[in-house]
Write a protein that binds this ligand. Structure first.
Ligand code: ZN
Ligand code: ZN
Length: 665
């Protein structure tokens, strides 16, 4: 039967289904179609010829080919197959990222083609670029003329990297009237300033793709992307798998950012997938960062990536002064967390009419509550995690698990020894710093910014706008405040606990801490104000602290790379993890043992585990982990896939493969 095609549906299966193409219908490979399935209508993509293994009488016919959307191109189809294979994901799960909307026929009203096309017919008024920025733009464009290529746009905060890649985007759009460009941005929902700058440059807003977009706008955005009308799309990592018919460039801003790794569902790294897509579809990628990932630094050193550097700070802004505070010498009062020098610096900044920012990467009031009488600690019943105390303003205190939805009101007495008034919050979260600052500087206007389920996206945006308008004197926040914001009145940045990210056995702890603190520091003194940064640390001699204090970024990267090379860790080797989880502990342990038995003992491959995961229980599931280390020339995805394929485990046990893991929890 030659009128059968295989159609992959958005589901969790690694195979498609055969459907019949009715006479007179054309359903080429890559076509987006609607088919019947169990009495429902489903979207799907034609993968190729049908397998013909099903009883012809049971095969159903395609209902509709969506010719209003161009068929997915062969190179993109190849990329999708590769992405599923590489990340150990079913093909259906990847198609679900291509077709993330159910109702594509319903017309979206938000992005009319006329509106979108304004982006190239409207005046592109690029800002006055400095000579360095002009040179950088030319270097990027010279590189991108040759099809696929990766460039790192490297420059300190405020050096004008955004203007440079805006100029490169504008050129790309001008030279090809159909070209589409994707910009990946972390925390895009809060990037109010970035969006304003974009609109100012291009005369129209870009098409947005992230989880805070309403369903109607999402549908409209998908339609604009899939028809090719959307010229510039700004999105979170999931924007990478959308069916752009004419994608001509991807910019990955803050390429080192941890949020590019998706840890749920299909586990993938959006930066790495952006590079792979560009390679399949033959277009350039621009990675942007002031503190590139070590993998990227390594690839620049070995000549795989081109490097374009912007050394100067734009306009009059200068680099901030960094003060490393040795907290062993600071005598803090009980339950206070802000040292005298930091407190004085904030007070001075406010007295001069400037603003301050305090950074602590911990939500809530206190990370742990302890009974002073019996030592009882509050733990989540479903996760291996302490409950975090929250107490916003005058509201009643409560205890929350940060891994699941579990929360309880703060009890009055200890549930263990029944003592009253013995429960003590240990350590600070941003809410506790807020309280301390209010007591120290009662006149100051203070706000906190943390991604909390209790705070809506609108509220967060309002806080950023208020900070920008100087209606806030002191902003206290988690790593959300690190991302790209430009506050003209900001003079002092305080890092409450610079050591926080260094705890735990994460291979990238030093690198990530350096990147985050460097990014935070870059918020201070972005215009004419002299900026000062105060890092509170109990380990001021740590290489990360010394590198931050001295500004010796490249020396730090070199030292870290040497340490990784010595330990044969990425980027000098490759890692993959297996995570085995399930509700029944005995089944999970049995599955882990079985996997250990069937592991292929290749002398080049080192297998660590099975071991209980550091986060042993998560949302009621028990978890075991393997970590596999291999030389770079070994085909690790294939090795992992064939290993997992050999395991016979009950349906209730799940085995997940994580290639190039970022989290080891
Ligand atoms: Zn107690
Ligand atoms: Zn929990």
């Amino acid at each position: 039967m030659n009128n059968l095609v295989e159609i992959v549906l958005p589901n969790a299966l690694d195979h498609g289904f055969d459907y019949r193409v009715p006479d007179g219908m054309d359903a080429p490979i890559g076509a987006i179609v609607t088919v019947p399935l169990s009495g429902k209508h489903m979207l799907g993509v034609v993968r190729g010829a049908g397998q013909g293994s099903v009883d012809p009488a049971k095969i159903k016919s395609i209902l509709r080919v969506h010719t209003e959307f161009p068929a997915l191109k062969p190179d993109f189809m190849k990329f999708l197959e590769w992405a599923a294979w590489y990340n150990g994901a079913p093909k259906g799960a990847v198609i679900k990222m291509v077709l993330p909307i159910a109702d594509i026929e319903k017309q979206g009203r938000v992005h009319s083609p006329e509106h979108i096309s304004a982006i190239h017919s409207g005046a592109i008024t690029l800002a006055e670029l400095s000579p360095e920025q002009k040179a950088a733009t030319h270097s990027l464009l010279a590189r991108s003329d040759k099809g696929f290529g990766i460039s790192l746009l490297d420059g300190v905060t405020g050096s004008g990297k955004t203007e440079v890649y805006f100029a490169a985007i504008a050129e790309r759009l001008a030279e090809n009237p159909n070209a589409q460009v994707l910009v990946l941005l972390p925390e895009i929902a809060l990037s109010v300033q970035w969006l304003a700058r974009f609109e100012q440059r291009f005369g129209v807003a870009p098409v947005l793709w992230h989880s805070n977009v309403t369903p109607a706008r999402r549908r409209a955005a998908w339609q604009a992307i899939a028809t090719g009308h959307a010229r510039v799309v700004v999105g979170a990592r999931s924007a990478l798998f959308l069916p752009y018919p004419n994608l001509a460039m991807i910019v990955v801003d803050e390429e080192h950012d941890g949020s590019y790794k998706q840890e749920e569902g299909v586990m993938y790294h959006a930066r790495d997938m952006a590079i792979a897509r560009a390679q399949h579809e033959h277009f350039p990628v621009i990675l942007v960062s002031a503190t590139p990932s070590l993998e990227t630094v390594h690839n620049v050193k070995n000549g795989k990536y081109a490097e374009v550097t912007l050394p100067m700070r734009h306009a009059e802004a200068r680099m901030p002064d960094i003060h490393l505070l040795d907290m062993r010498a600071e005598k803090l009062e009980r339950d206070s967390f802000i040292s005298r020098p930091l407190r004085d610096a904030i007070a001075d900044a406010l007295a001069s009419g400037h603003q301050a920012m305090l950074f602590l990467n911990r939500r809530g009031y206190a990370p742990l509550v302890l009974c002073r009488h019996c030592g009882h600690r509050f733990q989540c019943p479903s996760c291996s995690a302490w409950l975090v105390m929250h107490q916003k303003g005058k509201s009643k205190a409560s205890l929350h698990c940060h891994h699941c939805d579990y929360h309880i009101p703060m009890p009055g007495a200890c549930p263990e020894c029944k003592s009253e008034n013995t429960l003590h919050p240990c350590g600070p979260g941003v809410e506790r710093i807020f309280e301390e600052i209010q007591a120290l500087l009662p006149e100051a206007r203070v706000a906190t910014l943390a991604s909390d389920s209790t705070t809506s996206h609108n509220e967060l945006t309002k806080i950023i706008e208020a900070m920008e308008a100087r209606e806030i004197d002191i902003l206290i926040g988690t790593q959300m405040i690190a991302k790209g914001h430009h506050f003209s009145g900001l003079a002092v940045v305080g890092v409450v606990d610079a050591d926080l990210g260094l705890a735990g056995g994460d291979l990238r702890a030093a690198e990530k801490t350096y990147q985050l603190l460097h990014q935070i520091s870059g918020r201070a003194g972005r215009e004419t104000i002299r900026g000062s940064v105060y890092l509170q640390s109990y380990i001021p001699d740590h290489p990360v602290m010394r590198a931050l204090a001295s500004g010796a970024r490249d020396a730090f990267f070199t030292a870290e790379l040497n340490a990784r090379e010595y330990a044969l860790m990425p980027p000098f080797s490759r890692l993959a993890a297996l995570i085995i989880d399930g509700h029944k502990e005995a089944e999970v342990i049995a599955a882990a043992k079985q996997l250990a038995q069937i592991a292929n003992h290749d002398a080049n491959i080192t297998t660590y585990g099975p071991a209980p995961a550091p986060l042993y229980m998560l949302r009621g599931k028990y978890r075991y982990r393997f970590l596999v280390k291999a030389p770079r020339n070994i085909n690790l995805p294939s090795y992992m896939r064939s290993w997992v394929a050999g395991a016979k485990v009950p349906r209730s046990v799940r085995i997940k493969m994580d290639i190039d893991p970022m989290s080891f929890m």
